[in-house]
Design a protein around this ligand. Structure first.
Ligand code: FES
Length: 158
């Protein structure tokens, strides 16, 4: 190692600089906007620009359900699988309902690339459970009629 090279960082080690951590979230959000998910190249580019290891960037990206590491549909429906939503009769019921409506299971994307369905942990809307998020929009107090209205609107969007 030359005097100008920095020492290698362990893969996945914690980021101790809060400013870098917050820049990382914004950078990942912007990188994801380009393709709809975070490619390996995007993760490497963000890591290089912020002086982090790809492992550190990946560790953060994989922690937040907002970020996707694989291609997803135009609308990513994330159904909360947390305890409050479960106790409100949501979680599996909501996921099953949407699954039946769209013909896809959690973890799948519709063949037309329009919808991806995912089950995620708490969406920080426990007081208004059951909840789900579609892309950046949170939906609360879900009912079958409410879900129908949301899906119909999304299906009608060009
Ligand atoms: S448990 Fe569903 S929003 Fe918190």
């Amino acid at each position: 190692m030359s005097a100008t090279e920095s020492p290698p960082r362990p893969i996945g080690s914690a980021i101790v600089d809060p400013a870098k951590q917050s820049m990382l979230l914004a950078a990942l959000y912007n990188a994801q906007e380009q393709r709809g998910y975070l490619t390996k190249e995007a993760i490497a580019r963000v890591a290089k620009r912020l002086g982090l290891s790809p492992g550190q960037v990946y560790q953060t990206a994989s922690f937040y359900t907002l970020f996707h590491e694989e291609p997803v549909g135009r609308y990513v429906i994330q159904v909360c699988d947390g305890l409050s939503c479960y106790l409100c009769g949501g979680a599996d019921k909501v996921a099953d309902y949407i699954s039946a409506k769209l013909g896809i299971k959690p973890g799948e994307t519709s063949p037309d690339g329009r919808f991806s369905l995912q089950q995620v942990q708490c969406l920080a809307s426990c007081g208004t459970a059951p909840a789900m998020r579609v892309n950046d929009q949170l939906y609360e107090n879900l009912t079958p009629a409410g879900i129908d209205a949301i899906l119909e609107r999304l299906m009608g969007e060009v």
